[in-house]
Ligand binder design. Structure first.
Ligand SMILES: Nc1ncnc2c1ncn2[C@@H]1O[C@H](COP(=O)(O)OP(=O)(O)O)[C@@H](O)[C@H]1O
Ligand SMILES: O=C(CO)[C@@H](O)[C@H](O)COP(=O)(O)O
Length: 488
């Protein structure tokens, strides 16, 4: 039997078809997404269909699941039509809405508000979360807010489109624990929607209607069958999930593994049996796709820090990597603070990037390349510390995402992170995780299938932490000296 996994991520859509039992890759396809932080979901749907064609179609596939970028606000009207383009996780226009929602839940006391959000929904609002985008909609586009009959996330919408979309009706909309936990109106500890925060976001009184929310499926539950005239005719639809929960599923992470994903976003997450409550908002209390918790730290700036630096230097990312590895550890005191798109962790939506420590001797392409890689990794190391402070065990780091293809990132990561780093062979781990989830739904078993290293095209490489931790500590200390000198 065959299963397919789909990763509808920020920059592209990837499809893998795998053997349900062994996990062996059979075929794959991909297509690009448009740039921008506001995207018409129709573009995801057409990219999905193009990627499916590239993967040789899904007519012979028994089950499919979709992993996708988290938090994006997809509003549907009563007929199931999209009300306006989706606001993505990296759209910062709702930063003020986030601050307002914190103050309102705390009755004007910011600290009390932060604690209340962390306790009630596991996250403290930042512009990324769906709840803040809904507040922005209510304030800036009240007609669109009034027309919104259902609110869903990218993976929910794509799963529903596979099931027939508007023809299936709004009641057929589903989501899963992983993605629901990133909305700001669902609690990963209780497994329940929190009407109060949704009502607050939309400024609706107790007697006013709220939009329909998708049914939250359990990890191995099915969302139905693919529509006969759609790209996955008759296939069992797995619950699907957010891309980070899917990545954890794809690398078969267990407690003790911390997954660092360097895609458009930089993410540090680790499966755990306890849900964090972090009023600072640094660690988000998300759920995973297996029934556990997935405490997570996410930045807005990751792989694009490398591509932007390569562009500045007029080289490709391969040459950037060589340059970084030729330069000295610590880049002679040069630090690149990577807040190129504003930042979410720390919460500085208006920040810009900065280069500190520019001297005659550091004014070389190599120093800048090294500073870019180290700055990116220092942000991840800060995230890992925050995760550990919230009780997540860190035995080893598993590095995935497009940025993990950089040799410089792979070799410098254990120095800065102070832990051994396992890099699985290059692959599409979000799509793989979705495929594994589809195989689980198909099997009806209590646990997901174990595919293991044998299913991968190549072996993992372990990059050991250096015996001498001092150089890594020095890089982080220097970064900490200048990290807060940026605008906000
Ligand atoms: N060898 C490489 N070195 C550095 N960055 C890379 C490399 N290969 C791909 N990337 C970058 O990785 C990003 C895509 O990674 P991916 O994990 O697919 O992102 P997303 O899931 O956000 O769409 C792109 O910004 C791309 O430029
Ligand atoms: O907002 C988050 C997680 O909270 C991001 O991780 C998005 O889920 C987008 O992921 P990528 O496209 O960068 O993989």
């Amino acid at each position: 039997m065959l299963v397919a996994g789909i990763d509808s991520s920020t920059q592209s859509c990837k499809v893998v078809v795998r053997d349900a039992e062994t996990g062996k890759l059979v075929r794959e396809g991909r297509a690009s997404h448009p740039d921008g932080t506001e995207v018409d979901p129709a573009a995801w749907w057409s990219a999905l269909q193009e990627a499916v064609v590239g993967a040789g179609g899904l007519a012979d596939v028994d089950a499919v699941a979709v992993g996708a970028q988290q938090h994006g606000m997809v509003c549907l009207d009563a007929d199931g039509q999209v009300v306006r383009p989706a606001l993505l996780w990296n759209d910062t226009r709702s930063a003020q809405a986030a601050a307002d929602l914190i103050a309102e839940l705390g009755d004007g006391d910011e600290e009390a508000g932060r604690r209340a959000w962390a306790e009630q929904v596991g996250v403290v609002p930042v512009a990324s979360f769906t709840v803040t985008k809904l507040r922005w909609l209510a304030d800036h586009e009240p007609e669109n807010a009034a027309r919104t009959a259902a609110v869903v996330l990218p993976h929910d919408w794509l799963t529903w489109m596979l099931a027939g979309g508007p023809a299936a009706g709004l009641d057929a909309l589903t989501t899963d624990r992983g993605d629901a936990s990133g909305t700001g109106y669902w609690n990963a500890s209780t497994g329940e929607y929190v009407e109060r925060t949704l009502r607050m976001a939309l400024r609706r009184g107790e007697d006013e209607d709220l939009p329909h929310l998708p049914r939250v499926l359990g990890p191995a539950e099915s969302a139905g069958r693919g529509a006969q005239d759609g790209p996955a005719p008759g296939a069992l639809l797995g619950a699907g999930t957010g891309d980070n929960a899917a990545a954890a599923m794809g690398v078969e992470a267990v407690p003790g593994d911390v997954v660092i994903s360097l895609g458009t976003s930089g993410v540090v997450s680790g499966p755990s049996d306890t849900a964090p409550v972090d009023p600072s908002g640094i660690v988000a209390g998300f759920a995973d796709a297996t029934g556990r918790q997935l405490p997570l730290v996410c930045t807005l700036n990751a792989a694009r820090v490398l591509t932007a630096t390569a562009d500045m230097l007029g080289v490709d990312v391969g040459r950037l990597s060589d340059l970084a590895l030729e330069a000295p550890s610590g880049a002679g005191g040069m630090v690149l603070v990577p807040y190129l798109e504003g930042e979410r962790t720390p919460d500085r939506p208006g920040a810009t990037g900065a280069v500190h420590g520019l001297t005659l001797s550091t004014s070389t392409p190599g120093h800048l390349a090294r500073a870019a890689v180290e700055g990116l990794l220092c942000g991840m190391a800060d995230g890992m510390d925050a995760l550990a402070d919230q009780g997540t065990r860190v035995d080893r780091v598993v590095l995935v995402g497009g940025g993990a293809r950089s040799e410089a990132v792979r070799r410098i990561a254990p120095v800065v992170l102070g832990h051994p780093v396992v890099v699985p062979p290059p692959g599409e781990y979000v799509a793989d995780g979705a495929a594994r989830q589809a195989a689980w739904a198909l099997s009806g078993a209590d646990e997901p299938p174990t595919w293991g290293e044998g299913a991968r095209d190549g072996e993992s490489t372990t990059y050991d932490a250096p015996a001498d931790a001092a150089p890594g500590r020095a890089v982080r200390e220097r970064y900490a000296q200048v990290r807060d000198l940026t605008d906000r």
